[in-house]
Design a protein around this ligand. Structure first.
Ligand SMILES: Cc1cc2nc3c(=O)[nH]c(=O)nc-3n(C[C@H](O)[C@H](O)[C@H](O)COP(=O)(O)O)c2cc1C
Length: 151
């Protein structure tokens, strides 16, 4: 499978996790590319790739800095995303209570509104928990890849 991992970050956690996901998927035989969302043009979504979105939460439940130019470009000219499949791994901190893990949900809402289909479980990492983000993400990944291949 061809996999594009997209990350949005402010302090680097999502980038580390995105790179670990890509390395794991590559060693499982997938062809993998990683982009910071700020370097990804929303016009370039293609059904031949499976997208894994890794994105944190900042401000008050908002997108992190590197996802902002992407969201602006997306809203200025929303791409048709029919036939596109993706998974989401959201980062956040339950310390923030009602805005917990909302950042990635802003992207999920945009993608599904444009006709893309989210597959598998919605992954989450809580910075207040004991588990490392990459450990949680790598435990989540096999189920996602299986769901993507079956979809
Ligand atoms: C200023 C600031 C605001 C944050 N706001 C939220 C929030 O509203 N909700 C949430 O779930 N996490 C929030 N977080 C937690 C981050 O999402 C979490 O630390 C994440 O691991 C950061 O990932 P990143 O390094 O990829 O940006 C906030 C963190 C900071 C520093």
């Amino acid at each position: 499978m061809k996999i594009t991992v997209l990350f949005g970050t402010e302090s680097g956690n999502s980038e580390l996790i995105a790179n670990d996901i890509a390395a794991e998927a590559s060693s499982a035989g997938h062809e993998t590319t990683v982009f910071d969302l700020q370097d990804f043009d929303p016009a370039n979504f293609t059904p031949s790739e499976f997208y894994v979105v890794v994105c944190s939460t900042h401000g008050e439940g908002d997108l992190p800095n590197t996802a902002l130019p992407f969201a602006e470009a997306f809203d200025a000219d929303p791409p048709a995303m029919d036939g596109i499949k993706y998974a989401v791994f959201g980062l956040g901190d339950t310390f923030y209570e009602e805005t917990y893990s909302r950042g990635s949900e802003h992207l999920d809402a945009r993608f599904s509104a444009q006709g893309a289909e989210r597959v598998g479980e919605y992954g989450r990492h809580d910075a207040s928990g004991w588990d490392l983000g990459s450990d949680v993400a790598l435990a989540w990944l096999p189920g996602i890849l299986e769901a993507a291949e079956a979809a």
